[in-house]
Design a protein around this ligand. Structure first.
Ligand code: GLY
Length: 369
């Protein structure tokens, strides 16, 4: 497979700035891209069983051909892997391999592997090198960029973790065609999110080209990933620690997380599917509050529905339980729930004082529809 053409997106964070390379063939071509950026040619790849079957051998072969000595640790796939016992196993594997402070952890996989491996890299020996090689659409456009790492506890998702930026991200768009369509679609919801936050021209492009992206047309997919990474890089550069603009990336997430949590993270509702539904509700809420035109909300719903993403809540959830979830969301501060609302497509903003009675009324109507 050719490593051409590759596009570069820069995340500007002073002396912690890094590149995101986007293109097909980057896993097979990883060695020469990674080698010049290592302090020492020593690495350990963290991956999961599913991803390992397809991509671990080509990655390791490329690294070793470039002179990088490389071990691997393979964890089970799935959200349950983001847990203390797995973290402890990964830390032990890193130390057992004789990794030192000049060595590098390479995360090969989706968001679960990236978050777990990044957290391990950030705390082992007080922090060693870290590179992300995301293999899902969702991780290429969102979780591998911006340095959030972490694990879940019984109190909720991602409640323990660090901000720890990678030194390089290799987003191999060629591997996305091997994903189940449902997983790719779920990642596509996060792509749409960038258009809705502040890029109406991108949303318009997606209205025409979304099906090509979801079907993995190489040029359309590369453009979607590059545009999404650029959007995220710009936001992270402005607000690395999520005290301001980075909260915009949670468009659809306050509603979405509540449905995702109620569904139990068991695969009934994938994260991106919950975000799709959440973005529809955020636009509906914005219309109800007189902020946004009904036509814009219809365009959002129509586009997401047209590619096959969920736009209606799954039946059977209690509105009270959903509201309780929102109030417990880790982004709630001082008991106030933060929503990302919109004045139109590409005009999203952070809203802190949304009347919960209005949210409740919206959910009652949405659940009854
Ligand atoms: N996934 C949202 C963020 O990175 O801030």
């Amino acid at each position: 497979m050719s490593v051409h053409p590759v596009e570069t997106v820069r995340v500007e964070l002073g002396d912690r700035s890094y590149d995101i390379l986007v293109g097909a063939g980057l896993i097979e071509g990883a060695g020469p891209l990674i080698a010049p950026r290592l302090r020492r040619p020593r690495a350990i790849v963290v991956t999961d069983e599913t991803v390992a079957r397809f991509h671990l051998a080509p990655l390791q072969a490329s690294l070793e051909a470039a002179g990088i000595r490389c071990d691997s640790v393979v964890v089970p796939p799935g959200e349950a892997t983001k847990a203390f016992d797995r973290l402890s196993g990964v830390l032990d594997a890193i130390l057992d391999a004789g990794i030192d402070r000049d060595s590098t952890v390479i995360a090969l996989g989706g968001g679960v592997v990236g978050d777990l491996a990044g957290f391990a890299a950030s705390i082992v020996l007080r922090g060693i090198g870290f590179i992300q090689v995301p293999t899902t659409l969702l991780s290429q456009v969102d979780s591998s960029v911006g340095g959030k790492t972490g694990i879940n506890t019984r109190h909720g998702k991602n409640l323990i973790g660090t901000f720890y930026q990678p030194g390089l991200v290799l987003a191999d768009t060629g591997v996305l065609s091997t994903l189940p369509r449902r997983e790719r679609l779920a990642g596509y919801a996060e792509v749409v999110k960038y258009g809705l936050i502040d890029d109406p021209a991108f949303f318009e492009w997606l209205e025409t080209n979304g099906p090509a992206v979801v079907d993995c047309d190489p040029a359309a997919m590369r453009r979607a990933v590059v545009t999404s990474c650029r959007a995220k890089a710009a936001i992270v550069a402005r607000d690395e620690h999520e005290t301001g603009d980075r909260q915009l990336l949670n468009l659809g997430h306050t509603f979405g997380h509540a449905f995702e949590a109620e569904a139990g993270y068991g695969g009934d509702l994938l994260h991106g599917e919950a975000v799709s539904l959440g973005m529809v509700l955020a636009f509906d809420m914005s219309v109800r509050l007189g902020l946004c035109s009904g036509q814009d909300a219809v365009r959002v719903r129509r586009h997401l529905e047209s590619v096959g993403l969920p736009v209606r809540p799954p039946a059977g959830h209690s509105v009270e339980a959903l509201l309780r979830r929102m109030q417990k969301d880790k982004k709630a501060r001082g008991g106030r729930v933060t929503f990302i609302l919109a004045r139109g497509i590409g005009r999203s903003f952070v809203a802190r004082d949304v009347d919960l009675a209005a949210v409740e009324a919206l959910l009652v109507d949405a659940m009854a529809a």
